[in-house]
Design a protein around this ligand. Structure first.
Ligand code: A2P
Length: 333
């Protein structure tokens, strides 16, 4: 008993985690359909002890599918998500293709679940950018009490956000360098092992990268507020877990102590903030977990009503697969 669920991009870094999370959370599945490109069509994946054959998206007929979780790139979603939606299926799309479309909702369940109403008509729901998800999850409980005026964010993003080949690239380059060999650079614009790259996605004419633009635009759409946001997004040699330094200015009184109390009670947030014990969120500890971890909560003494936060989450789980499955859970409830 349950739903017919397709995972498009089932062989990828996010798709694999979607399968794990559907299983962990006991999502009611009557039939599972793994879908990917012709490259992996015909291969077999195991889910809940049963084997399923991967289908080729190009020739797959979505008739009868209730929910499709897409994580196979923007071009793939642009082309195929409408086909699934027209067949009557709900599509939760992890790519950036539909996020800023005015008729498509962009949802973080802890922040704006009401936006899902829009999906009853067009059946496509956009899953936000990974760095944006964890930031808005941490800021919404504060914004509800005192509206946010401005956000200045710098990110420290794991390679897994760029997919399976990017994970392999960090591992391979690390080995090469430790063995005195030159590093092969294929996926990232520069060597990522033992390095920090201030470019994620492509540059636009205004000097920002698309990743930075996503954080600025998506935050305003999800929070449904006219917040000034500026972002610097950076790739670091970490496998799993995005970290963020977030400076937040409120429109009225808010301080670190109140923010800490509010976050300690918030859904989906875990506060780890003990300077005396040298305890704070770490990507190494957030990896494999569900919460958004917040620490280093402190007043910014340089400006009124302003605080600093350190926000960490597993980018493949809360930043992608978990958020998508949580959306699917709301759709069936
Ligand atoms: P495939 O394994 O057949 O290439 P990652 O983000 O880890 O790189 O994974 C990308 C996922 O998206 C993989 O499952 C990949 O399938 C899938 N994918 C990429 N391009 C397409 C496409 N054109 N059609 C269907 N699936 C695609």
């Amino acid at each position: 008993d349950g739903y017919v669920v397709a995972v498009v991009g089932a062989t990828g870094a996010v798709g694999q985690t979607m399968l794990e999370i559907l299983d962990e959370r006991k999502f009611p599945i009557a039939d599972l359909i793994p879908v990917a490109s012709s490259r992996s069509a015909g291969s077999v994946i195991t889910f809940r002890g049963r084997e399923y054959t991967v289908r080729d998206l190009e020739t797959f007929d979505p008739a009868g599918v209730d929910i499709a979780l897409f994580s196979a790139g923007g071009g793939t979603s642009l082309k195929h998500a409408p086909r699934f939606a027209e067949a009557g299926c709900y599509v939760v799309d992890n790519s950036s293709a539909w996020r800023m479309h005015e008729d498509i909702c962009l949802v973080v369940p802890e922040v704006n679940p009401h936006a899902l109403e829009m999906a009853r008509v067009n059946r496509i729901i956009a899953n936000p950018n990974c760095s944006t998800i964890q930031m808005v999850a941490a800021l919404k409980p504060l914004h509800d009490v005192m509206p946010i005026r401005r956000i200045v964010v710098s990110t420290y993003q794991a390679v897994s956000g760029a997919g399976g080949r990017a994970i392999e690239e960090l591992a391979k380059q690390t080995g090469q360098l430790l063995n005195g060999q030159p590093a092969d650079v294929n996926v990232f614009p520069a060597r990522i092992a033992f390095n920090v790259i201030p470019q994620i996605d492509l540059f636009m004419d205004d000097g920002y990268t698309k990743e930075e633009r996503k954080m600025m635009d998506e935050t305003r759409k999800i929070m449904e507020a006219d917040i000034a946001v500026t972002a610097t997004t950076v790739r670091v040699p970490v496998f799993y877990g995005h970290s963020e330094s977030v400076n937040v200015t409120f429109s009225g009184p808010m301080d670190a102590a109140q923010a800490r109390d509010l976050l300690a009670q918030a859904d989906g947030i875990s506060v780890v903030d003990d300077p005396a014990g040298e305890d704070y969120p770490l990507a190494s500890e957030a990896a494999g977990t569900d919460p958004v971890w917040v620490g280093r909560i402190r007043d910014d003494f340089s400006y009124p009503n302003t605080i600093n936060l350190w926000v960490v989450a597993d980018n493949v789980r809360k930043g992608a697969a978990l958020n998508a499955v949580q959306i699917a859970e709301i759709l069936i409830s």
